[in-house]
Ligand binder design. Structure first.
Ligand SMILES: Nc1ncnc2c1ncn2[C@@H]1O[C@H](COP(=O)(O)OP(=O)(O)OP(=O)(O)O)[C@@H](O)[C@H]1O
Ligand SMILES: [Mg+2]
Length: 318
């Protein structure tokens, strides 16, 4: 039996704006197995970050979780109070953001930040915590002598390594990384991805990697969840997804990856754009852009269902 660390069911998140209610997650269900590296992909605005924040119960106002369930290690997170969630965050679930500067204090030395984070969650001495911090940054390719430096003295790639080391410092059960390499150049990006691969092997991490870069997904992840307009439309093992994408949206996403090795391959940009989440299309939200749309598609919202091989898809073709 699969060892499920996170089990999300029918999760609804709404942002109440002046224009109306943005339904940023609509009945989202997803399981994440322990030790799994799962990629969350989809076009901008489909709800990827919202799902990441929801797991941490950090949806910013005017957003609210309005329904559903998030079981983390068999505990219902949506029932927990703020104090309990503060204990969970950082210690058991960490988040790595696109821009590490937003999570680092510009006036605090990196070493002090690491020590503070470690000692907040564990009863060890400052000296021991400092030693742990030295080992961690060393492991990630940063000289321990640099723990006395401030965030601005590091490059973007190094700051991202530091954020990852913070997550490792606490030996988090789950790391949610939201576009962790988007602000980095391609060489540094490749280094960080290699690092994640190494860490995945060494620490048996459970990682949810949010990205719109399908190339990164192909390189790194075990399983992929594809989101479209606030819903999950396909979940599959990465190899299956790339060999045999099932949902027409996934097929379109894969065709829109430029591939310099195959210069004459058919490279198509999907037509149209994702819908407004205040007033999304009826039935399947993808139907206005879908090459295979049938009558039923504009009427009935297809549920996510198993189609064999561990693949799940929400599409009337299956
Ligand atoms: N603070 C907010 N107030 C109002 N609407 C919001 C807010 N944050 C997100 N949204 C809306 O919720 C939807 C999902 O946004 P989200 O940021 O989760 O998408 P995303 O998939 O992470 O996009 P990206 O790839 O651009 O990061 C979007 O329609 C967005 O406009
Ligand atoms: Mg986002």
């Amino acid at each position: 039996m699969a060892d499920i660390l996170v089990s999300i069911r029918n999760l609804d998140v709404h942002y109440h704006t002046r224009m109306g209610v943005v339904k940023a997650l609509d009945k989202v269900s997803l399981d994440i197995e322990r030790g799994q590296l799962i990629g969350l992909v989809g076009e901008s605005g489909c709800g990827k970050s919202t799902l990441g924040f929801a797991i941490l119960r950090l949806i910013p106002p005017p957003g609210r979780i309005v329904g559903g369930s998030i079981l983390f290690d068999a505990e219902e997170l949506l029932d927990k109070d703020g104090a309990y969630m503060r204990q969970i965050r950082g210690k058991r679930i960490s988040m790595v953001f696109q821009d590490p500067m937003t999570s680092l204090n510009p006036l605090q030395k990196i070493g002090d930040h690491l020590v503070e984070t470690i000692t907040t969650h564990e009863s060890i001495s400052k000296q021991e915590a400092w030693k742990r911090a030295e080992e961690l940054v060393d492991r990630l390719g940063i000289s321990p002598s640099r723990l006395s430096d401030y965030p601005h003295q590091f490059s973007g790639g190094m700051r991202q390594r530091i954020m990852i080391s913070l997550a490792l410092a606490l030996d988090s059960d789950l790391i949610i990384a939201d576009e962790p390499t988007t602000s980095l150049d391609v060489i540094v990006e490749a280094q960080i991805l290699d690092l994640l691969k190494e860490l995945k092997a060494a620490y048996n991490m459970t990682l949810m990697l949010i990205t719109h870069n399908m190339g990164i997904v192909a390189e790194l992840v075990d399983r992929v969840a594809v989101m479209y307009a606030a819903k999950i439309v396909e979940v599959a093992d990465a190899l299956d997804l790339f060999a045999n994408p099932v949902h027409p949206y996934t097929q379109g996403l894969l065709k829109s990856i430029p591939n310099i090795k195959l210069l004459d391959q058919e490279f198509e940009i999907m037509k149209g754009s994702p819908p407004d989440l205040i007033d999304p299309p009826t039935g399947c939200r993808f139907h206005p852009r879908c090459l295979h749309a049938m009558d039923i598609c504009s009427e009935v919202d297809p549920p996510l269902k198993h189609v064999g091989n561990g693949t799940m898809v929400a599409c009337h073709l299956y």
